[in-house]
Write a protein that binds this ligand. Structure first.
Ligand SMILES: NC(=O)c1ccc[n+]([C@@H]2O[C@H](COP(=O)([O-])OP(=O)(O)OC[C@H]3O[C@@H](n4cnc5c(N)ncnc54)[C@H](O)[C@@H]3O)[C@@H](O)[C@H]2O)c1
Ligand SMILES: C[N+](C)(C)CCCC=O
Length: 574
């Protein structure tokens, strides 16, 4: 299923594309026409990423880096990649090293492109039988994978990272089309994804236990062993990246995985499954089942599942934990947040403003660790607010496939309505909309049914307002003045959540004092929402427990076996 959306390139570029692609009808492309080659496909032609003509042009583009006269061709191809052709292969279940039609399951769910409101494909929800087949497939692969050395596993993961890098543009385009985030951000997500695989590939060879001496020459040692079949359940805001954050440490430790993405974003994770197979994992090591709550429940209740790693909302996290408790299964819960960002008057103002935007408006504000409660020291409240509003109003909203777009579309209509509801309630409770908050309708007629809104800054907020207490998961920043450090810290911690927090100040002692006092798992000083994969990520309080990324994640995908070795005779007490 080829999804093609000819974005609003100017006519001269469309004409140039016509020449490059050799297509007779580039300006009114059919949904079944490949942008790369202009072939009209009814399933007769084999799926291809880049048609030979385009490959030739690509080779010439590389050459053009050295020959300035070919520069024009390079720029045309750059536009070509911005047109957003993506091929969605069916079926979307992946088991035993191949795409499979689910053995059983519910009705087909429609999958949307948030930027246009179009249905891009349908996904069949997996039933209990399909879930069981995926788990059985993972068990078979686990026997092989868990016996391999860390260095052998490392090589395969490095190869997977390399393939992701190679296919970055295709995966990022897929993510943008299915999620609605800007292509600019999607590329960053894919970079973080392959970096995660590289990082755990690096650790795989050195996962080890320890040797402990005991009296009389006896000794003990520990073995770090995998858990078995791990389940990953993902949210829709970072579909590919979440799958990598879970599968990379799981596989590095020698586990197998069955992953269930959100039914809103089922597409890109199947690509990851194919990449793992191409890289050389045993067939069945990484499987994908599709569906919502029912499929998730089959996974969590399955007796052969050893661990559940969940990313999603707090209410679903509670259900996951209950199900896991019944099987005494360990869980990692990466849940929601309502994180504080504290801006002191001695900050570097421009950095603080940049930080506040980074803390609130990535991925249309649909980010778990966003610093949505922005506490600003009263002395700089006016100047900070004015600057934040000015910068927020300049954010380029619109077609997420265009290079200069910085805010795309929210995930779906229901979620957009929900975010709008929070803004309406905020106004009723006395908050002032300083900018945005209304729906945004792009000029391009293709995008008129997309789920866009203008990023919103709320002033006159108080800690008891719903917009300040609840996770909105949209582009809505609440500004809250404060007078003293103690007050800021106390109010920052007065929440059921504890995922993240941030502080902007030039006073290094104050910065460390404040983050030490914050009850949050991921804290930032003088920046926000960075994601180095070397750093553990996870929450305190209702935001969950367990950690992803960093060495810490190894603890959550492995278990220690202790072996006690007697070198002398057995002295029985009987
Ligand atoms: N802490 C983190 O790392 C992190 C990252 C991304 C998103 N999130 C959180 O995720 C939420 C948004 O994502 P969402 O709307 O997809 O969350 P959600 O809880 O609705 O769904 C998450 C996943 O759980 C599945 N699911 C739903 N009910 C289930 C059940 N009863 N049993 C098993 N699985 C079930 C869904 O199909 C989906 O795959 C926000 O709260 C956000 O903060 C957290
Ligand atoms: C990559 N970020 C921006 C840190 C987001 C992590 C996942 C949270 O939703």
């Amino acid at each position: 299923h080829t999804v093609l959306r000819n974005t609003s390139e100017p006519p001269e570029v469309a004409r140039a594309l016509s020449r490059v692609a050799g297509s007779a009808t580039p300006r009114r492309p059919s949904r079944r026409t490949c942008r790369g080659c202009g072939l009209f496909s009814r399933g007769v032609f084999p799926a291809h990423r880049i048609h030979p003509t385009a490959q030739l042009m690509l080779a010439r583009t590389r050459l053009s880096a050295f020959i300035p006269s070919l520069f024009v061709i390079r720029s045309r191809l750059a536009m070509s990649s911005a047109t957003g052709t993506v091929t969605i292969h069916q079926p979307l279940n992946y088991r035993a090293g191949a795409r499979v039609h689910p053995a059983d399951g519910g009705p087909a769910e429609e999958v949307y492109e948030p930027a246009t409101g179009r249905v891009i494909c349908k996904v069949l929800c997996s039933g209990e039988k399909e879930v069981d087949l995926a788990v059985q497939s993972a068990k078979v692969a686990f026997k092989i994978w868990s016996q391999m050395s860390g260095m052998e596993r490392s090589r395969v993961l490095l190869e997977a990272a390399r393939i992701i890098r190679e296919q970055k543009e295709e995966i990022a385009t897929m993510e943008t089309i299915n999620n609605g985030k800007s292509i600019f951000e999607a590329r960053v997500d894919i970079d973080i994804s392959w970096q995660c695989l590289e990082y755990y590939a690096g650790l795989a060879g050195s996962l080890a236990g320890e040797h402990i001496q005991l009296p009389g020459g006896s000794f003990g040692y520990t073995r770090r062993e995998p858990l078995g079949v791990c389940v990953g359940i993902g949210a829709w805001n970072y579909p590919f990246q979440i799958a990598c954050w879970k599968s990379a440490p799981a596989l590095a430790c020698g586990n197998a995985m069955v992953f269930k993405p959100s039914p809103f974003t089922p597409v890109s994770v199947v690509k990851l499954a194919e990449i793992f197979t191409e890289a050389g994992v045993p067939k069945g090591l990484f499987n994908v089942v599709q569906g919502g709550a029912a499929t998730g429940q089959f996974l969590c209740h399955h007796p052969d599942v050893a661990k559940i790693s969940f990313t999603g909302s707090v209410p679903t996290g509670m259900k996951i934990m209950e199900m896991a408790a019944k099987g005494i299964k360990p869980v990692t819960l990466e849940l929601g947040g309502k994180s504080p960002l504290i801006i002191f008057s001695d900050c570097a103002l421009e950095n603080a403003v940049n930080g506040a935007l980074m803390a609130n408006f990535l991925t249309q504000g649909e980010v778990c660790c966003n610093g949505t409660r922005v506490f600003v020291e009263r002395k700089i409240l006016d100047v900070f607010t004015k600057e934040v509003v000015k910068r927020t109003q300049k954010i380029k909203i619109g077609d997420p496939l265009l290079e200069d777009t910085r805010m795309g579309a929210l995930i779906n209509r229901a979620h957009l309505d929900r975010v709008q509801g929070f803004i309406k309630q905020a106004k009723e409770q006395g908050a002032e909309v300083l900018c945005g908050g209304d729906l945004y309708v792009p000029d391009d007629p293709k995008l008129k049914n997309g789920y866009y809104m203008r990023p919103c800054v709320l002033g006159n907020c108080t800690d008891d307002m719903t917009c300040v207490k609840e996770e909105i998961f949209g582009p809505v920043m609440s500004i809250l003045p404060f007078d003293t450090e103690e007050e800021a810290v106390e109010r920052a911690n007065a929440t059921k959540f504890g995922l993240a927090g941030g502080v902007f100040t030039r006073d290094i002692q104050k910065a460390h004092r404040v983050v030490a006092a914050l009850k949050a798992g991921m804290c930032f000083i003088n920046n926000y929402n960075l994601s180095p994969v070397e750093l553990p990520f996870g929450g305190y309080k209702a935001s969950g427990f367990g950690r992803e990324n960093g060495r810490a994640a190894i603890e959550y995908y492995s278990q220690l076996k202790t072996v006690c070795v007697e070198m002398g005779d057995v002295e029985s007490v009987f």
